[in-house]
Design a protein around this ligand. Structure first.
Ligand code: FE
Length: 199
């Protein structure tokens, strides 16, 4: 963004915040609280939710039914946050999350989105050529596997529940959470079984 464009969008943002405050829709305190909770959020929360779902069928069902409630179960406040949907990968279908419009992202459970997620290149190419985008991440899926690209929006945020890698039988929640990366929670990567731990 050029400096004049950046100044203009900052001015628009300030005007929007002033209007929301004037109408009593949002207060300074609510804005500060929301920013603080995003500052505290990290993909470790999403990773723990996935690890727990791999181990606990009851939690898995809750996660797929109502992601926000499943996040609250982890101690994350979802008050004021958009609903969270969770997309279950299977042997036949892989999910890839994008916000084609801007940068909608489940910040409550993943923290701030990475720079590439907000790029025009990712937002356009994820839709046009998901298989090509995934290959650039080193994620090569079997020929016949369907790739479903899902649009995160202001109304609904998405995260992926990847498949549990083979060879992780008997692993603890901590061990499992450690192999679920931020990129796997968006669907550009798959959880990898560390070679050392496989021995
Ligand atoms: Fe967006």
């Amino acid at each position: 963004m050029s400096p004049p464009a950046r100044r203009e969008s900052l001015a628009q943002l300030e005007a929007l915040i002033a209007a929301l405050k004037a109408k009593g829709i949002v207060s300074e305190e609510e804005l500060a609280a929301r920013q603080a909770s995003t500052d505290r959020a990290s993909p470790e929360t999403g990773a723990r939710m996935v690890a727990r779902a791999w181990l606990d069928p009851e939690y898995r069902a809750l996660l797929l039914r109502d992601g926000a409630q499943a996040a609250e179960r982890m101690g994350v406040s979802m008050a004021g946050a958009p609903p969270l949907g969770v997309l279950e990968d299977t042997a036949a279908r892989h999910h890839l999350v994008v916000c084609t419009l801007c940068s909608c992202y489940p910040r409550a459970v993943l923290g701030y989105p990475p720079h590439w997620y907000k790029s025009f290149a990712y937002r356009s190419r994820a839709v046009r050529d998901p298989r090509g985008v995934l290959a650039e991440w080193g994620t090569v899926l079997p020929e016949g596997m369907e790739i479903r690209v899902v649009d995160s929006t202001a109304d609904y945020r998405w995260m992926v529940l990847p498949m549990r890698p083979a060879g992780t039988e008997g692993w603890s929640e901590d061990q499992l959470a450690a192999i679920v990366t931020r990129d796997a929670l968006v669907g550009v990567a798959l959880p990898q079984q560390p070679a050392a731990a496989a021995a």
